[in-house]
Design a protein around this ligand. Structure first.
Ligand code: OOG
Ligand code: NI
Length: 458
């Protein structure tokens, strides 16, 4: 008997991310326009910057650029979150990082489901920022109970997707045909519903507590609320958005423009007001879905990150209330304290790097030095910055806020609780920094043993 062949989780994730993008394009046509704008600007940037083009190509990042995006959802219960963990595992996506948004006055905490190893990231780095509503932070006992009752009644998964998830777990994978069914069924969880599950009065009561609570509690499922393509020039896309009929948020979140981009810069167009039919047939509206773009740079070490956080705090203090141009000017100045040169950043241990053999290095095996710095000087080894694959809590809070009408509730602050999040999730979240550190370490070890002539993969 021939063994059953399972489809790779990378292929399932790739199919799913494309299906999700097609669905969102059909649901929110402005997202399609944003994709076109980003593609145009990316093409122009690559034409203007041949070095960047070469570099992305050599680091396996060019191919993934056009498929690269992240999405975001918000769920209401521990059961929903833990089932999502199992659903994402079918696509090789695992919870990485803990983000406490209560700090920013939003009653959720979050993780990002994403692929982890190099090969999977190069194939399709699709990520989903996933937030769990924290009903325990709602002050009103009545509203809390009402929300719990409403959430207890819904099932955000189709029965077929549950079967396929179990099949993946018990058999170790899905066949091609099952994978196609899985993509179709999993998509149902993320679909928009024009019909709310509650009446208008309940919606308003929850909305008055926080719009996010209404968004999570009042619908049949956790509709995807944005999908974010990756751009190579976020300042240019932000500039052109109004020409395309999009209303961008005031400032670009994250670090300012740099010669050597770091971490993640993000901006979005404001959420759309959409008509909803409530129970009892009342008509109303709900504002939840928006479009976002991101530009990714290098991952910082704990030391680099500490400096980033400190400069960001300082810059935000100085630039509060400014428009984007003035805000970026202040940030530029403040961020001069962080070196903007790869070599310096590497020597000062501020960013993570991937080490690989140059062409000369590949032929020089046998009697080469075992000192990495000497090998780099000799042109046998090169260091490339590792791309940041995660999110930033302050930026995420800014994105949340600009789409929730600036609502912020200080009563939620200071409530980080990773333990309770992991309990709801049913597993621990992986520490993102340890992943970059391990990739750097492995690449160093690999390079050193191959110049010695050991047989390892280059
Ligand atoms: C998530 C907002 C955060 C990001 O890219 O940082 C986010 C949400 O609004 O549900 O998507
Ligand atoms: Ni986002």
């Amino acid at each position: 008997m021939t063994p059953i062949s399972f489809l790779s989780t990378d292929v399932i994730r790739d199919r799913f991310s494309k299906a999700m993008s097609d669905m969102y394009k059909a649901e929110v046509p402005q997202y399609g326009a944003l994709l076109e704008l980003v593609e145009r600007v990316n093409q122009e940037t690559l034409n203007q910057q041949p070095d960047l083009h070469r570099r992305l190509k050599s680091q396996d990042e060019l191919a993934r650029l056009s498929v690269e995006r992240h999405g975001a959802i918000r769920v209401g219960t521990a059961n929903e979150l833990s089932m999502l963990r199992r659903l994402f595992a079918v696509m090789g996506m695992y919870p990485v990082g803990y983000y406490d948004l209560s700090e920013a006055g939003v009653p959720v905490h979050s993780t990002a489901f994403r692929p982890i190893d190099d090969e999977a990231l190069a194939c399709n780095p699709f990520r989903v920022f996933t937030s769990l509503l924290r009903l325990e932070l709602i002050e009103s006992e009545t509203l809390r109970q009402r929300s719990e009752e409403i959430l207890a009644k819904r099932d955000i998964f189709t029965s077929r997707v549950r079967e396929l998830i179990e099949r993946h777990e018990s058999e170790g994978g899905l066949t091609n045909k099952e994978a196609d069914q899985f993509v179709k069924e999993a998509l149902e969880t993320f679909r928009w519903h024009q019909d709310a599950t509650v009446d208008l009065e309940t919606y308003h009561a929850l909305h008055d507590e926080h719009r996010l609570i209404a968004d999570v509690v009042c619908f049949r499922g956790p509709h995807i609320n944005h999908l974010t393509p990756r751009t190579l020039d976020i300042d240019e896309v932000q500039r052109r958005m109004p020409d395309m009929g999009m209303n961008p948020k005031v400032v670009i979140e994250g670090p300012p423009h740099r010669e050597c981009p770091i971490l993640l810069r993000q901006t979005s167009f404001k959420a759309l007001e959409e008509s909803i039919r409530f129970a009892g047939n009342a008509k109303g509206t709900h504002t939840a879905r928006f479009g976002e773009i991101e530009q990714r740079g290098m991952a910082l070490t704990p030391r680099g990150r500490e400096l980033y956080d400190q400069l960001l705090r300082e810059g935000r203090k100085q630039a509060a209330e400014l428009d984007n141009e003035a805000y970026q000017a202040v940030m530029n100045k403040v961020f001069m304290a962080l070196p903007d040169c790869e070599e310096t950043m590497r020597h000062e241990g501020l960013a993570y790097f991937h080490y690989c053999l140059t062409e000369a290095g590949q032929t020089a095996k046998g009697n080469a030095s075992n000192d990495l710095e000497v090998l780099i000087e000799q042109g046998l080894v090169e260091a490339h910055p590792i791309t940041y694959e995660d999110f930033l809590p302050v930026s995420a809070a800014g994105i949340f806020r600009s789409n929730l009408g600036g609502e912020q509730n200080e009563a939620y602050e200071g409530n980080a609780n990773r333990g309770s999040f992991e309990e709801a999730l049913g597993s621990q979240v992986t520490d993102e920094l340890s992943l970059y550190a391990e990739r750097e370490r492995a690449s160093k070890a690999n390079v050193l043993s191959s110049v010695k002539g050991d047989t390892v993969k280059a």
